[in-house]
Design a protein around this ligand. Sequence first.
Ligand code: PNS
Length: 159
Amino acid sequence: MKRVVCPGSFDPITFGHLDIIERASSIFDEVVIAVMVNQTKKTLFTVAERIEMTKEVTARYPNVKVDSWSGLLVDYCKRNEIAIIVKGLRAVTDFDYELQMSQINLQLQGVETLFISTAPAHSFLSSSLVKEIASHGGDVSSYIPAVLLERLKDRLAGK
Ligand code: PNS
């Protein structure tokens, strides 16, 4: 069985993430979404909230599971016997950093990284941009699932 991990902060999960997850789920037997806890990155939502939102919007995919991890991604892979990381590549601006990470992960634990190119419709999309647009009252309904819109609005309003 080919099991892969799709890691990220998912703060919140966007249609760009979902596109990659859906396409990975049609290629591999099982996709584990690892909601990562990054001590150096301030997130809008707690890890429990990010897990809950991610589970809610991926519930329709029978071979997609949601988990979380704090620490090195390769340690998660080793513990769960996952040999492949799948990531979306949006543009050349992602490339340097992603190449460096993939090479480190290969060297640390022999974990391979496969890149799926983002659909052109999502090539500019990021959780950070969604939060920025929403924080100024902009419409982000084309970027994140409808069930997350109210939650994002409430959190940005300090609720
Ligand atoms: O959604 P993001 O924040 O862009 O995702 C980045 C993430 C969480 C996938 C990346 O920072 C990561 O893998 N962090 C875990 C720590 C790690 O393994 N770093 C690479 C080796 S230094």
